[in-house]
Design a protein around this ligand. Structure first.
Ligand code: OSB
Ligand code: MG
Length: 366
């Protein structure tokens, strides 16, 4: 295809409840949306998963927008026969910025698949029509409020609970929830909040039969994760550290991770995500689909990925209502703990333009 127009739009959408992690407290989501239009007039949408501030990863919304305008869009827009598969190759010389690149690749892919009338799920190799939902629970003010929040999710039917932890909000929080729900699939996410000397403390989590502990140490501390994995029984699962197929392969080879959280934005797109999925399937490594508090645009695409056969653990692919009072697409509604995988062409959803315009804080057309 030839790109005729690229629209970059920033929206501001409130969260239904504050989301507190070891790195920030978020009460709303600022999201950069990409809309491409090709020579046929076909539109493709995507969402850049970067947050407002560079606290989870080095990328941040305003930086991503600048990066797109300054370097990435100029590299793509002159091409006459652009395909989504070309995008990562063309953008490779520009180092880093995986979330930014992923957003451009996905918007091009959405338009390409709409032109061919193929769903993203089919394109990626999905084998499931619905996906089991987990939910990520932020750090609470106290254990009572944590128990209330978890109860609301268990009652809603979520099939796996993930607790955000940090030093001082870990053993007691996990113990509380495990005692209330002796059988529920439970895991924790530290977002790099611990250091190598904390293996004793993290070993105390072994007694709670957790599915995994996500990213306990610094994103660059692959050796530290490998050492920790030998010390504790809970499987270590890397999130922040895995930014490419190469880094996934390295971490597996070094035994720094025995489960992988695949987030398409973090690894540079859905095409790279499938490669990581395939690597893991070949090595019998379970994978699950992470989340970045996406709107319906990003959620639709994540569900397509999570429908691949290697995604054997429930992901952070929760219903729209877990995040927003009103989503920008048709809401994703959970039924019996599952979300349906969109079947329409491309990502299978489009935004409600009236609502989108209402919450838009900035729009530019290139
Ligand atoms: O570490 O998985 C994470 C949200 C934003 C940034 C990082 C993470 C998260 C979540 C929430 O845990 C996942 C979701 O429900 O989208
Ligand atoms: Mg995580």
């Amino acid at each position: 295809m030839k790109l005729k127009e690229i629209e970059l739009r920033r929206i501001h959408i409130p969260l239904v409840r504050p989301f507190r992690t070891s790195f920030s407290t978020q009460t709303s989501r600022e999201v950069l949306l990409v809309k491409v239009t090709n020579e046929n007039g076909t539109v493709g949408w995507s969402e850049c998963v970067a947050m407002s501030e560079p606290l989870y990863s080095p990328e941040y919304v305003a930086g991503c927008q600048d990066m797109m305008k300054r370097f990435l869009i100029p590299a793509l827009r002159d091409k006459l026969d652009l395909t989504a598969e070309d995008v990562p190759i063309i953008l490779k010389p520009f180092l880093g910025w995986q979330m930014t690149k992923a957003a451009l690749e996905t918007a091009v892919l959405d338009a390409q698949l709409r032109d061919r009338n193929v769903s993203l799920a089919t394109y990626l190799g999905a084998t499931k029509s619905k996906v089991a939902c987990g939910v990520s629970v932020g750090i609470a003010n106290n254990l009572t409020e944590l128990a209330e929040e978890v109860k609301s999710y268990v009652d809603a039917g979520y099939r796996r609970i993930k607790l955000k932890i940090q030093p001082g909000w870990d053993i007691e929080a996990v113990k509380t929830i495990r005692e209330l729900y002796p059988k529920i699939a439970l895991q924790v996410d530290a977002n790099q909040a611990y250091s190598r000397s904390d293996s004793g403390r993290l070993g105390k989590l072994d007694q709670f039969d957790l599915l995994l502990i996500e990213q306990p140490l610094d994103e660059h501390d692959i050796l530290g994760h490998a050492l920790l994995a030998k010390e504790i029984k809970t499987p270590v699962c890397l999130d922040e550290s895995i930014t490419s197929l190469r880094s996934a392969e390295d971490a597996l080879e070094l035994k720094a991770t025995s489960v992988i959280n695949i987030k398409p934005g973090r690894v540079g797109g859905y095409i790279e995500s499938v490669k990581i999925h395939n690597l893991c399937v070949g090595r019998n490594i379970p994978v699950w689909c992470g989340g970045m508090l996406e709107t319906g645009i990003g959620r639709a695409a994540n569900l397509a990925l999570a429908a691949l056969p290697g995604f054997i653990l429930p992901g952070d692919t929760s219903a729209s209502s877990r995040y927003f009072k009103k989503d920008i697409t048709m809401p994703f509604i959970m039924e019996d703990g599952y979300l349906n995988v969109p079947t329409g062409a491309g990502i299978g959803v489009t935004p409600d333009m009236d609502y989108l315009n209402e919450i838009t804080i900035d729009k530019e057309v290139i």
